[in-house]
Design a binder for this molecule. Structure first.
Ligand SMILES: C[S@@+](CC[C@H](N)C(=O)[O-])C[C@H]1O[C@@H](n2cnc3c(N)ncnc32)[C@H](O)[C@@H]1O
Length: 292
C-alpha cells in the first residue's frame, strides 16, 4: 500500500517514515501517549491523530470541519494499520461538546485557537470534552511589532481590548481573506482574534483549566530538541501550553458567545512602519549634525 501523497513524511537515518509528526515526541514527553484516549481538534489532514494511534493511543478522534482533509487522515490510519483505533468526524469545534462525545484523557488543540473570533468561548466548550490534559499550540499576538517578521504581522491590528463573553482580553484582530479553494484556516471568512500569551492563560484559567506549562520564546530543556520544530523560529508569534482541567467531573453549560470591540480594532501597521522610517531618518540626521 502506498502512503497518501499528503501524509506527513519525515526522515530517520535516511529512511522515509510516516508514523509520527514533530509533535509526537512532545506529546509523549508532556502527557504520554500509550493507553490514553485523544481528541485532536481542528486535526486538518489528521497527522497527529494517526501518529498518536501509531504510538499506542487507545482511541483517537480527529475532528475537522473540512471533510476533504479527513480523507487524508483516514488513509493515513489505514496505511499505518491503526484504523481500528482512529475515527474522524466532520464536527464544528466551536460547539464540540454538543455531539455527545465521551471525555478524552488528552485534547490536542494545535493551530486552531487563532482561527476563532471568540477563542474564550471555544475553550469553554473544550473543557466539557476534556477529562485531563489539554495541549494547545497557537499563534500569539505580539505585544509590540518590534523585531517581528513583517510578513507575519502585516495583517494584524493594533493591540486591542476585546470583550469575549463580557470578559476583557488583549490581542490583535486579523481579517481572514483566503481563497475558498485553498482555505485551511477558519471555516468562515471572518475577523478572528489572536490573544496575547497572558490572555491565553487568562482564557484557559477562566474556562476551567490550570495552566501547567507555557512555552514562549524560551524552550525548556525537557522539550529539546523537538521544541525547535514546534515553530518557535517564529519567536514571539507562537506559544505552546500544557493545561489540566480543574474539575473533570463537572460539565458546565456554555452560553452563546458574545463579542464586543472586535469590529472596532484599528489596523495601523503601515502608519507604524512610516513612523519607524521617520524615526530612523531623524536619528541619521541627528548623528550627522553631532559629527559636523
Ligand atoms: C491551521 S490548521 C491546523 C491543522 C493541524 N491541527 C495542524 O496543526 O497541523 C486549522 C484547521 O482547523 C480547521 N478548522 C477551523 N475552524 C474549524 C471549526 N470551526 N471546526 C472544525 N474545524 C475547524 C481547519 O479546517 C483547519 O484544518
Amino acid at each position: 500500500m502506498q502512503p497518501h501523497p499528503d501524509m506527513r513524511r519525515f526522515e530517520l537515518n535516511g529512511q522515509a517514515r510516516y508514523d509520527r509528526t514533530y509533535r509526537t515526541p512532545i506529546i509523549e514527553s508532556v502527557t504520554g501517549i500509550a493507553g490514553k484516549t485523544f481528541i485532536d481538534l481542528g486535526c486538518g489532514r489528521g497527522y497527529e491523530s494517526y501518529s498518536v494511534a501509531a504510538h499506542g493511543a487507545q482511541a483517537v478522534l480527529g475532528v475537522e470541519g473540512r471533510e476533504a482533509f479527513l480523507e487524508v487522515g483516514r488513509s493515513g490510519a489505514r496505511y499505518l494499520g491503526v484504523e481500528e483505533r482512529v475515527q474522524f468526524a466532520a464536527y464544528d469545534v466551536r460547539r464540540i461538546d454538543e455531539y455527545g462525545l465521551p471525555k478524552a484523557d488528552v485534547v490536542l488543540h494545535f493551530g486552531l485557537l487563532y482561527h476563532m473570533d471568540n477563542p474564550f468561548n471555544q475553550l469553554k466548550h473544550v473543557r466539557n470534552i476534556c477529562a485531563g490534559d489539554l495541549l494547545l499550540e497557537t499563534q500569539i499576538a505580539p505585544l509590540s511589532f518590534e523585531g517581528a517578521d513583517r510578513a507575519q504581522i502585516a495583517q494584524l491590528s493594533d493591540l486591542s481590548t476585546v470583550y469575549l463573553d463580557g470578559v476583557a482580553f488583549e490581542g490583535r484582530a486579523l481579517d481572514y481573506v483566503e481563497d475558498p479553494a485553498q482555505a485551511k484556516g477558519s471555516l468562515d471568512r471572518q475577523r478572528v482574534f489572536w490573544l496575547t500569551v497572558a490572555s491565553v492563560q487568562k482564557a484557559l484559567d477562566l474556562a476551567g483549566f490550570e495552566v501547567l506549562l507555557t512555552v514562549h520564546n524560551h524552550i525548556p530543556a525537557h522539550l529539546q530538541p523537538w521544541g525547535e520544530l514546534l515553530g518557535y523560529h517564529q519567536k514571539r508569534l507562537k506559544a505552546f501550553f500544557h493545561a489540566r482541567v480543574k474539575d473533570p467531573s463537572v460539565t458546565l453549560p456554555v452560553e452563546a458567545g458574545r463579542i464586543e470591540g472586535l469590529e472596532s480594532a484599528r489596523f495601523s501597521f503601515e502608519a507604524y512602519q512610516g513612523l519607524r522610517r521617520w524615526r530612523k531618518r531623524l536619528g541619521h540626521w541627528w548623528r550627522k549634525r553631532e559629527l559636523s
